[in-house]
Design a protein around this ligand. Sequence first.
Ligand SMILES: Nc1ncnc2c1ncn2[C@@H]1O[C@H](COP(=O)(O)OP(=O)(O)OP(=O)(O)O)[C@@H](O)[C@H]1O
Ligand SMILES: [Mg+2]
Length: 334
Amino acid sequence: MTALYDIRDLTVDLYTRSAAVRVVDGVNLSVAAGECLAIVGESGSGKTVMSFAPIGLMPEGVSVGLTGGVRLAGADLLAGGEAALARLRGREVAVIFQDPMTALNPARRIGRQIAEVCTLHLGLKGAAAEARALELMRLVGISDPEARMRQYPHELSGGLCQRVVIAMAIAAEPKLLIADEPTTALDVTVQAQILDLLRDLRARMGMAMILITHDIGVVANAADRVAVMYAGRLAEVGPVDQVLRQPTHPYTRALIDAIPRPEDPVGSPFRGLPGMPPQLAGPIRGCAFAPRCPRATPGCTALRPPMRGIAGGAGWQAACHHLTTATVPKGAAA
Ligand SMILES: Nc1ncnc2c1ncn2[C@@H]1O[C@H](COP(=O)(O)OP(=O)(O)OP(=O)(O)O)[C@@H](O)[C@H]1O
Ligand SMILES: [Mg+2]
């Protein structure tokens, strides 16, 4: 597989006045052209920082140290500095966030906002920018776009606003779309419509997507592969079908077991994961999940488990000392 987007040994440190915190710790990941990779993990596990820091969208209010390699369509993203990344964003890689309102200007008509993006990224002006804005509104399923384009964001529902944001994100037909919880703020039925729209656009444009989500149901329906993050590290990555059906990492297993099931009696307690994620302020010895892991043995806290290939799925890997020899192919690097 030739990767469209490739992250090697990515480490992100945040420096506050009192501490240095490693929030992304040695992550390797790749996304193929047209593929949808979901990123899951508990709050604070580093999903957002890992996805946005490599394209120059850094957490605010802290200094950031980033090491590793990041390539998009073969180009080294870290070689050209912030100016080069800024040119890339919106053109080669676009982003959408949870709350569409934060991405829109409340004081400007939506048609104008979409047209401005067409001017910025495509150099279109006047009637040409407006025509492209209309075309994009149709593409994202906004009915009666001629009337809608004269409206302000507050006149639109949350779902329609997210369609406007998606129209702006795909204006320059980026190769990669990074979507951070794009449906979390929306009603359930609207969530499904937006996920359908994203799937449809990906297929039409051959666009790859990184989809950050808390929702394993979304992973199952929308993604080709899934990466499970814990404390800034990857616990498991692989094809969605295999990982969800036969999770090999105890953390992946615990995440799946925590999903409420339809047969659960009404009012049954939420099956959350026992314990808390580790404090990231100090170095983590051994496996980060060991203190909460039902399978942990003394060796788990001594040595960090490497990612090892799992038999039965292309690119399926997990980082656990307890992977059995049956799951790890013979001769796999330890
Ligand atoms: N601006 C910031 N200042 C200080 N610490 C930050 C900042 N942004 C993120 N962090 C820290 O970095 C770590 C990773 O945060 P990140 O936002 O990537 O997590 P996440 O997995 O996206 O969580 P969530 O599911 O809640 O969005 C957390 O420990 C968080 O506290
Ligand atoms: Mg986040």
